[in-house]
Design a protein around this ligand. Structure first.
Ligand code: MIG
Length: 757
């Protein structure tokens, strides 16, 4: 074992270099964060990143063991010639206003692995090194983030591996899923700190599981690249993470509507039937999705000639009712002489190779199949251009699946290495890098190419890409769905903490398959789930081939009417949802927020996992079990108005409300106004009619309007209410706008409005 020890510290070109007998470290003030990069080999000094896009460097100073930079809390380094070279000793301000409260993390130790390897992270891995960082634990500390994870909101007490995995059978105890976000939001006593381990390798975070006294972050690679994101509050960490790893672009308005999917709608007639069924019942619908059976023999960038003879005509026909088509694109390319996509890729040597320089040939839906190496720019450029096939046929969005990557067999062998799942072999080559190194960014690089393609091929439209797999920063290119869940109540419930932690990890736009993917939905489950889904950023109903049909009308009345109401509610709320989407694109703020995000001083707000805030103004408490007629829930400090009855509740504290099948427990926060419109599929994000629902003597509400697509500048509007008067600021000239309060008992009282400008 080599201790990470340093003998010399010097400031050079605005950053701190630490040098020791074996390791070198660079400390930088980068964007909103401290970055500490430790490495062995000189070539790693300029290590790049798939996650971090922020190149802004601020010069730092180093004096008396303390590193300072403008805008960042000081970082105290302990230079210790013996056991260990540096720590962030008493990292004032990073965690705390007062140092004392954070005595527990006074010392963060970095030990290389190798001899002293405490956890079996090397199972099956050809390892030559690695690092372990440990933090002393405190019982008060909680951990959030970590991307797409099963389990409850607080991640402490479990061990998490980052290795993107296709798992159709995941449940509450599953470790890896499709995404990797090696990011922690540590919160303690109302304060928060973010940690990003910017390593794409199979890293392991043991959050006080193996040893309740310590948390460890382990990476098997040759570098240790850590960012510290100061709070002090959770929402500061979220914002800084977005500054570091990128914000999601503003989506097209239609993407925020309701989506209907199924594995698969096998032909044009099936697609038409779905559209007609929605239309006949007056259920708004924004998109129908084409799963893998739209292809000709699972060849990507094809339509089956008999089942989809005229996709362009189909798209045009659906567009008349505001319905878009989204098509799936998997990464694997069928290896077949005469198939142009395969040939083109082979001609530029696009595919992942074995160490002898031969294509790695495997099987997935397409077989035999090869996998494009999306980590290379040239390959991404080629792949981006292939999307002309879809844009020319009027397909509005692209769905990237199986990009974990999921591989059924390699070279005819259906096997897997322990801990690595069914994927490409760890030694497969992506340029000079092994699959082991870039596995976790394979899906991200694919979605990047897809985004790039749509951006270039349809320059007047905002790309819409959905991906199953991703890494930190995926939000720059795609929305995320949580993969193959089940039609179980427990999966409905689990989707809430899963999406909340994804949101904290940078992925503001995400959703779970409404109704559940595998197994069979029943009408009550589907109804409750559709109501919850009305508050997912991405609202899509999707089900597997072998599961019972679960379109909103699948179970007949009275269910259809009730489910339709949930969908209509989403469309009523669209002005609010769109304003939240715009906020996400500007600051990275997730749409779904855990209670502590807005109420960091309330201990209870860190524990509640099955409720959330949708934007700042709405609190949602979904029903998560069958037969529940009452919902017990926690309301944070302040006053909250029951959306349905108008009854006012005073927080903080627990309360119970009726939860009939017709609605979801929903509360409007005092001081806020929510813009609402009619429940139909809007063509533009100019909402007519528009009515703000207000709660509180004084209140504010925001609005964002534009064409709903494209890149013309938008307009922000605001309603300010003081007592019996309201004032509109922004794009309201000549518009019919109302504001009203709901009285306890249900009556409405209008608020007279004045207009500015
Ligand atoms: O091996 O495309 O998660 O949403 O319907 C299964 C078929 C492949 C997995 C996705 C699911 C999709 C299905 N896919």
């Amino acid at each position: 074992m080599y201790p990470v020890g340093f003998e010399e510290a010097r400031v050079e070109r605005g950053e701190l270099w630490l040098t020791g007998p074996v390791f070198t470290a660079r400390v930088q003030a980068r964007g909103p964060a401290w970055r500490i990069l430790v490495f062995l080999r000189p070539e790693d000094a300029e290590k790049g990143s798939f996650a971090v896009t922020n190149q802004e460097r601020r010069p730092l100073a180093f004096e008396n063991g303390e590193v300072t930079a403008p805008g960042l809390p000081p970082l105290r380094l302990e230079l210790d010639p013996f056991a260990f070279g540096f720590g962030f000793l008493r990292a004032s301000g990073l965690f705390a206003r007062e140092l004392e409260t954070w005595r527990g993390v006074e010392r963060v130790t970095l030990d290389p692995l190798g001899v002293k390897n405490p956890t079996p992270v090397t199972e099956g891995l050809p390892l030559g090194g690695g690092y372990e960082l440990w933090l002393e634990e405190r019982p008060e500390r909680r951990y959030f983030g970590l991307g797409e994870r099963t389990g409850f909101l607080d991640k402490k007490g479990r061990r998490y591996t980052h290795w993107n995995t296709d798992d159709v059978d995941h449940e509450e105890g599953t470790d890896n899923l499709y995404q990797s976000q090696p990011f922690l939001l540590a919160a303690e006593d109302g304060r928060a700190l973010g940690l990003v381990l910017d390593e794409t390798w199979r890293t392991v975070f043991d959050l006080a599981r193996s040893d309740p006294e310590k948390t460890t972050l382990v990476t098997p690679g040759p570098t240790f690249d850590l960012y510290l994101l100061p709070g002090p509050q959770p929402k500061d960490v979220t914002q800084k993470l977005a500054e570091l790893t990128g914000r999601p672009p503003l989506p097209p308005l239609w993407a925020l509507g309701y989506h209907q999917c199924r594995y698969s709608y096998p032909d044009e007639a099936a697609v038409r039937a779905v559209a007609a069924a929605f239309k006949r019942r007056g259920i708004p619908l924004s998109a129908i999705w084409l799963d893998i059976d739209h292809m000709d023999g699972y060849r990507v960038f094809t339509f089956h000639p008999e089942r989809f003879p005229d996709p362009k005509g189909l798209a045009e026909e659906l567009a008349r009712d505001g319905v878009r088509l989204v098509a799936i694109v998997d990464p694997a390319v069928k290896k077949e002489a005469g198939y142009p996509v395969y040939q083109e890729g082979a001609a530029i040597r696009a595919y992942v190779e074995d160490p002898r320089g031969h294509e790695v040939v495997g099987e997935v839906w397409a077989k035999p199949a090869v996998w494009p190496d999306f980590t290379r720019e040239g390959v991404r450029d080629w792949w981006a251009g292939l999307h002309r096939f879809y844009t020319e046929r009027g397909v509005a969005g692209i769905w990237n699946d199986m990009n974990d990557p999921s591989v059924f067999a390699v070279e005819g062998v259906d096997g897997e290495l322990p801990g690595l799942g069914k994927t490409l072999p760890p030694g497969a080559l992506h340029g000079k890098r092994t699959h082991l190194e870039v596995h976790n960014v394979y899906g991200q690089c694919m979605s990047r190419a897809t985004y790039q393609g749509l951006r270039a091929l349809a320059p007047d439209r905002r790309p819409f890409v959905l991906t199953r797999s991703g890494f930190l920063g995926i939000q720059r290119y795609a929305w995320v769905w949580t993969g193959d869940n089940k039609s179980y109540w427990s999966h409905l419930e689990m989707s809430v903490p899963m999406l909340l932690n994804l949101g904290l990890s940078g992925v503001a736009f995400a959703g779970a398959d409404i109704g559940g993917f595998t197994e069979d939905a029943d009408p009550e489950l589907l109804l409750r789930w559709t109501w919850l889904g009305a508050f997912y950023p991405f609202m899509r109903n999707h089900s597997a081939k072998t599961s019972r049909r679960q379109e909103p009308y699948a179970f007949g009345e009275p269910w259809t009417g009730r489910i339709a109401e949930a969908i209509r509610f989403r469309y009523r709320l669209l002005p609010y949802v769109y304003a939240l989407a715009e906020e996400a694109s500007a600051t990275g703020a997730p749409l779904m927020r855990p209670l502590f995000w807005h109420f960091p001083d309330e201990p209870e707000a860190y524990r509640v996992y099955d409720q959330f805030l949708f934007g700042p103004a709405l609190l949602v408490a979904p029903v998560t079990r069958p037969g529940q007629a009452t919902r017990t829930l926690y309301l944070p400090r302040g006053r909250w108005q029951d959306w349905w009855t108008g009854e006012v509740h005073e927080g903080p504290g627990w309360t119970s409300v009726p939860a009939p099948l017709e609605r979801i427990p929903l509360f409007l926060r005092e001081g806020f106004a929510v813009p609402l419109t009619e429940p139909r599929v809007p063509e533009r994000a100019v909402f007519e009619p528009l009515a703000f629902r207000v709660f509180g003597e004084t209140a504010e509400g925001v609005l964002y309007e534009d064409e709903g697509d494209g890149y013309a500048p938008g307009r922000r509007g605001r309603l300010v209410v003081e007592g019996d008067r309201g004032r509109l600021e922004g794009p309201f000239a000549g518009r019919r706008v109302e504001a009203f309060r709901v009285l306890p008992g249900g009556g409405r009282r209008p608020i007279p409005l004045a207009r500015d400008g």
